[in-house]
Write a protein that binds this ligand. Structure first.
Ligand code: ADP
Length: 649
């Protein structure tokens, strides 16, 4: 059969058709889909109609600059046909169509990083769990697009001709790892996707059933969808226009119900969770536009993928322009899905022209402030629901604090934090209201894991005085904090940097008599500090007595004019800092170990045992920071010596 082997690894057969392998991820995806772990099979039709609608949108846009592309047929439409005898169901459109390369690129690979990540996740879940359990939830987060056809079909063919081309093609696959492409002379412009239905998919050969599915899932599609029964050489229309066929965002707000929003959200987001928040608005005045925006419920897999951009669709007077417009919304709102439809941009606006467009800039400003207001309202009125939103998208909003000066104030009222005070998320206003008498800063501690951060020794003194500390565990925190600096007029201050100034703050009920006693100077502490400084030399910046410790003997902190320790660790991890700067070693004079050492330092500052103790104290503090020791062997040896002394018979 095979007579040539072209460079892309495909094979050409005698009739001019070629065989191609699916990309490995597609094969894996098809495996998941065909075994149909997802119970709502009906969605395959939604996906195909959604693709058909996108294809019509694309041609309508392309025809703005090249009218010939749509010549002879510019009434865009989607036709569904079924044939009971042949057991086929077809979704046809007269949109942009696909050429030979498009077929290989789009119907043989997976372009979206999110989908690839999803397949990874499903495959991982499959390893540990029994076949079904994990997958249903995971697949629920994704629209699997075109490939969902294989849930109900054992063979799928796509007959297509790209607008402006003369050659047509037939793509065909049974979903088992390969597809074929052959030329055809009878393809109409657009694409006709034909499903040969599996035995158990009879229900999709029924007009009532199909009409119902279209009404349920695709009523929002703005092109007319018709239904026709074919077979035995006859065609019988059974529905001229199954859907409303008008842009959903242009309909009056009150006429769009929750279900319609849900379906439209699925269409624009390619996700199948539900919108957490829906914003449908019309801006009138100097510039006019309509917006229909959704905040998803779950965070998409690729929200923090470096290539993830804004994917809200831009329309001009109901004509789709692009879903890839960086200038439509700030990137920290990239989790939004939906549509902005402008009345003022010229229809033939090229994507390049959108770059410094003043109209677009005003839309961006207007929409951003609307979204922030809506989030603010949610935060105020439904704090529990808002907490869920915050968990999913908070880290993205924090990017705005860092890079968007204009919206900083509003964003500062939207941020929420975990704190040492309990499990609830806390706003900055709430934090401020709970500040102690004499407390002049908003205290925080940063690290990469909540539990580790909560155990930090530097928090001890704050806990003892009942002073709340914000726990920051998003990497972005280290970047917005220094650039924001204050909330209202209160500065942020890291508890691991600079002196603690805890004395000035009014003690709470939690303070005990012990603490009061400890205020008295511990004898020999100055001698001990001097001895340790001498021994440790350049490996510390300073050694001092600490106000922030109660239980631990020592801790490390950054000096006032140095970068916060966690930031230094992040920078070092990313190769942006060679060495962390020496830190300050703080000693807890209330700790028995320190007061004991102080006593012996007072007697003889040159005691050799003090030298070992100095190194052990520093290493201990490093371990509590979760850092690797520069010389673990030396540490082990000193530790062994000290223990040997304690257990000496
Ligand atoms: P998605 O729609 O999420 O991109 P799909 O797997 O559904 O993923 O489709 C992959 C690609 O195939 C689409 O992005 C589009 O480029 C192309 N495609 C699918 N259906 C059609 C169609 N009816 N007409 C033209 N192109 C299509």
């Amino acid at each position: 059969m095979t007579d040539t082997k072209p460079k892309n690894g495909s094979e050409t057969s005698a009739n001019g058709g070629e065989r191609h392998q699916f990309q490995a991820e597609v094969s894996r995806l098809l495996n998941i889909v065909a075994n149909s772990l997802y119970s709502e099979k009906d969605i395959f039709l939604r996906e195909l109609i959604s693709n058909a609608s996108d294809a019509c949108d694309k041609l309508r846009y392309a025809a703005l600059t090249d009218a010939d592309l749509a010549s002879g047929d510019s009434e865009y439409r989607i036709d569904i046909k079924f044939d009971r005898e042949a057991r086929t169901l077809t979704v046809a459109d007269n949109g942009i169509g696909l050429n030979h390369q498009d077929l290989i690129d789009n119907l043989g690979t997976i372009a979206s990083s999110g989908t690839a990540a999803f397949i990874e996740a499903v495959s991982e879940a499959k390893k540990d769990e029994d076949e079904k359990s994990g997958d249903v939830n995971l697949i629920g987060q994704f629209g699997v697009g075109f490939y969902s056809a294989f849930m109900v079909a054992d063979e799928v063919s796509v007959t297509t001709r790209k607008a402006g081309d003369e050659d047509g093609w037939i793509w065909k696959s049974d979903g088992m790892g390969e597809f074929t492409i052959e030329p055809t002379a009878d393809a109409e412009r657009g694409a006709e996707v034909t499903l040969h239905l599996k035995k158990e998919a009879d229900e999709y050969l029924d007009a009532m059933r199909l009409r119902h599915i279209v009404k349920t899932y695709s009523d929002h599609i703005s092109f007319p969808i018709s239904l026709t029964e074919t077979g035995g050489g006859e065609e019988a229309p059974v529905g001229e226009k199954l859907n409303q066929a008008s842009a959903i965002w242009a309909r009056p707000k009150g006429e769009v119900d929750e279900d319609a929003h849900k379906e439209f959200y699925h269409h624009v987001s390619h996700a199948i969770d539900e919108p957490w928040l829906t914003l449908h608005f019309r801006a009138e005045g100097m510039i006019e536009y309509t917006g229909l925006l959704y905040v998803p419920t779950t965070r998409p897999f690729d929200l923090f993928h470096p290539e993830r951009k804004c994917s809200v669709k831009l329309y001009v007077k109901r004509v789709f322009i692009t879903n890839d417009c960086e200038h439509l919304l700030p990137s920290w709102l990239r989790f939004l899905r939906g549509v902005i439809d402008s009345e003022d941009l010229p229809l033939n606006v090229s994507r390049e022209l959108l770059q410094n467009n003043p109209v677009l800039a005003r839309i961006k400003a207007g929409v951003t402030s609307r979204v922030l207001n809506a989030l603010g309202e949610k935060a105020e009125k439904e704090s529990e629901a808002y907490a869920g939103f915050w968990e999913a998208f908070g880290p993205a909003l924090k990017e705005g604090l860092y890079e968007d000066f204009e919206h900083r104030e509003k964003l500062l009222n939207l941020v929420r934090f975990r704190t040492t005070a309990g499990d609830e998320l806390v706003s900055l206003a709430e934090y401020k209201a709970r500040m102690k008498e004499g407390q002049e800063a908003i205290y925080y501690i940063a690290g990469d894991e909540l539990e580790a951060v909560q155990r930090s020794p530097q928090l001890e003194g704050f806990r003892a005085k009942g002073i709340e500390v914000l726990l920051m565990t998003d990497p972005i925190d280290e970047f917005w904090l220094p650039s924001v600096g204050v909330y209202e007029t209160t500065p942020f201050k890291s508890v691991t940097r600079g002196s603690a100034d805890l004395e000035k703050i009014d003690a709470s009920e939690e303070e005990t008599n012990d603490d009061a006693k400890a205020e008295e100077a511990v004898e020999g502490i100055d001698a001990l500090i001097a001895a340790i400084k001498l021994e440790l030399g350049d490996s510390v910046k300073d050694v001092r007595s600490s106000a922030r410790l109660t239980d631990s003997a020592v801790c490390l902190v950054a000096d006032d004019d140095d970068l916060d320790m966690n930031l230094q660790r992040i920078l070092k991890q990313h190769g942006q800092l060679n060495e962390v700067t020496p830190r300050v070693l703080e000693l807890n004079p209330k700790h028995a170990l320190i007061s004991g050492l102080a006593e012996s330092a007072a007697k003889s500052a040159l005691d050799v045992a003090l030298k070992d103790a100095a190194h052990l104290l520093l290493d201990q503090a490093r371990i509590m920071e979760g850092e690797a020791l520069p010389d673990p062997t030396a540490y082990a040896k000193r530790m062994a010596d000290v223990m040997a002394m304690a257990y000496r018979k």
